[in-house]
Design a protein around this ligand. Structure first.
Ligand code: SAM
Length: 288
């Protein structure tokens, strides 16, 4: 009887004393790009998985949670968003969910690494679907920090779907970057950003809150649970000068959600309404 092939593991080593292992069914693609190490592999539980610099970015089976919460919460809270800016987001999931809002007329996506876009389209096409072919999409391969510092365009919603604050993504967590995001937002604009898993990345909470508060009247967070970003709830950063935007009534959210005719798998007006209620330990971290 043929010896059973040993299981090959992808070991995500984001933390010194805790790590996540995903068995690798097949490596579909691997390359060191000019910006980062990129791998796409198959896992029986999560389906196809994209990892950058050894860190899980997106999986086929749970990507809808993060992508729905990073798009529908700011867009439905805003209520009249026509122009959206996505920083990062190379897998196309945020773009896909944003374009589901027929009221959105233009989306600029600024991704630093062309290979992420191309390899996700090739090996994980279900994530972006046909979003890159949409006539409302303007895709720029560039550094997001440079773009917001120079652009003359203005946006109602800015979504920062970046890697962690290491490598090419580090600049997307700076006070200067948030200040320039503010500069290219229209009045009443909303900025959201991936902000780590507070239980394992507690420092990211006070760090980004302090830096965003320098440019915005409101700098807080909302929460979502993404299975492949292990360590419990994930924090998503929220910033705006419009204090009402984080407190839209459930009745108004239900009306806007119905009008948008969205079928979702995680997002709902009720989830939206509750996601700004922070666990006490996160609220404490945010006060630091
Ligand atoms: N959802 C994932 C997370 O929360 O960890 C992020 C997914 S998305 C693939 C992250 C993207 O940010 C990558 O494609 C990466 O190339 C891009 N990125 C990193 N630094 C960037 C920068 N300075 N400007 C634009 N895109 C950047």
């Amino acid at each position: 009887m043929a010896a059973k092939k040993p299981t090959v593991w992808f070991d995500e080593q984001l933390y010194p004393h805790v790590r996540q292992g995903l068995s690798i069914g097949r490596v579909l693609f691997r390359e060191r790009t000019p910006h980062q190490d990129l791998i796409v592999f198959e896992n029986p539980t999560y389906g196809r998985v994209l990892a950058l610099d050894g860190i899980v970015q997106v999986t086929q089976k749970d990507e809808y949670v993060y992508h729905e919460m990073m798009t529908h919460v700011p867009i439905l809270a805003h209520g009249r968003a026509k122009r959206v800016l996505i920083i990062g987001g190379g897998d196309g999931g945020i773009l896909r969910e944003t374009l589901r809002h027929k009221s959105v007329k233009h989306v600029t996506m600024v991704e630093i690494d062309r290979a992420v876009v191309d390899m996700c389209l090739k090996w994980m096409p279900s994530v972006a679907g046909r979003a890159f072919e949409d006539r409302r999409t303007e895709l720029l391969i560039a550094d997001g920090a440079k773009f917001v510092a120079e652009t003359k365009q203005r946006y109602d919603v800015v979504i920062v779907d970046s890697t962690d604050p290491i490598g090419p993504g580090e600049v997307l967590f700076t006070e200067r970057f948030y200040r320039y995001c503010r500069r290219c937002m229209a009045p009443g604009g909303i900025l959201v950003n991936q902000n780590g898993v507070p239980f394992l990345q507690p420092d990211e909470i006070p760090m980004t809150r302090r830096r965003r508060a320098k440019s915005f009247k409101v700098a807080s967070f909302y929460m979502a649970a993404i299975p492949s970003y292990y360590g419990g709830l994930m924090a998503l950063g929220w910033a705006s000068d419009d204090a009402r935007a984080a407190n839209v009534s459930l009745a108004v959210l239900r009306r806007r959600f119905a009008a948008a005719k969205l079928k979702t798998r995680y997002y709902s007006p009720e989830i939206h309404s509750g996601c700004f209620a922070l666990p006490a330990f996160v609220a404490d971290l945010a006060k630091r």
